[in-house]
Design a protein around this ligand. Structure first.
Ligand code: AMP
Length: 225
């Protein structure tokens, strides 16, 4: 099963991705996380992406598509995988269709977490992340057990540069003009719109209700692979 977790920045994709992939035992692939890792490692791709990301823009399709292809071609992706933050443009969606076709994987199931823009700005400015394990917290709804420290490894939490309010607004504009049209690309597929302005537990319950009837496919692919 290939899952696309769709939604504006700050809608809770990271949290749902963790819940879904630990339940289904499939890898979560976040192109944002992969790009941040490239920046940290100081690679050429990281250097090309750094200033674009800091300003809230989108990294070029060719760079992101190539990075995605390398990742989903790895053996751990053969039973399926979840994509978080990709595709973000119609070009990326068309590229992904070709990749899934080449890898003989079924068309993706699209889970769209929808949250009104006004709610998102507040949410993102209260977001904190662990720089070591990438776990995301929200000071309002999901604070760490000890203030300022990651529950899993006690690393001091940080505010991502692109979670500052002016950058958040730029990212939401980018989402509205470039990424919303991608949803039209998926209108004739397995597409589910889910209200994202609820607690993570309710959202996950709805998502697991959607996916459960489709799980036979994952099991078969795991047995075959
Ligand atoms: P995210 O962690 O998904 O919010 O992504 C953080 C930033 O990484 C975005 O604001 C973009 O600058 C960049 N990025 C992540 N995924 C993509 C993508 N699929 N296409 C282009 N840029 C991306």
């Amino acid at each position: 099963m290939v899952l696309l977790l769709f939604g504006p920045p700050g809608c809770g994709k990271g949290t749902q991705s963790r819940l879904i992939t630990s339940w289904l035992k499939i890898p979560a692939i976040s192109t944002g996380e992969m790009l941040r890792a490239e920046i940290q490692a100081g690679t050429a791709l990281g250097q090309a992406a750094q200033s674009i990301m800091a300003g809230g823009g989108l990294v070029g399709d060719d760079l992101v598509n190539e990075m995605l292809l390398q990742r989903v071609s790895k053996p751990d992706c053969s039973p399926g995988f979840l994509l978080d933050g990709y595709p973000r443009t119609v070009e990326q969606a068309e590229y992904l269709d070709r990749v899934l076709d080449d890898l003989k994987m079924p068309p993706a199931v699209v889970l769209h977490l929808d949250v009104p823009n006004d709610a998102l700005v507040g949410r993102m400015s209260s977001r904190r992340q662990c720089p070591k394990c990438s776990r995301v917290y929200n000071l309002l709804h999901q604070p760490p057990r000890v203030a300022g420290l990651c529950d899993d490894d006690a690393t001091p939490l940080i505010t991502r540069k692109d979670d500052r309010e002016e950058v958040v607004r730029a990212r939401l504009e980018m989402y509205d003009c470039l990424t919303r049209p991608v949803l039209a690309h998926y209108q004739h597929t397995d597409y589910f719109q889910i209200r994202g302005d609820r607690s993570p537990g309710y959202i996950f319950e709805e998502i697991s209700g959607i996916l459960e009837p489709r799980l036979g496919n994952v099991q078969q692919a795991m047995e075959a692979g």
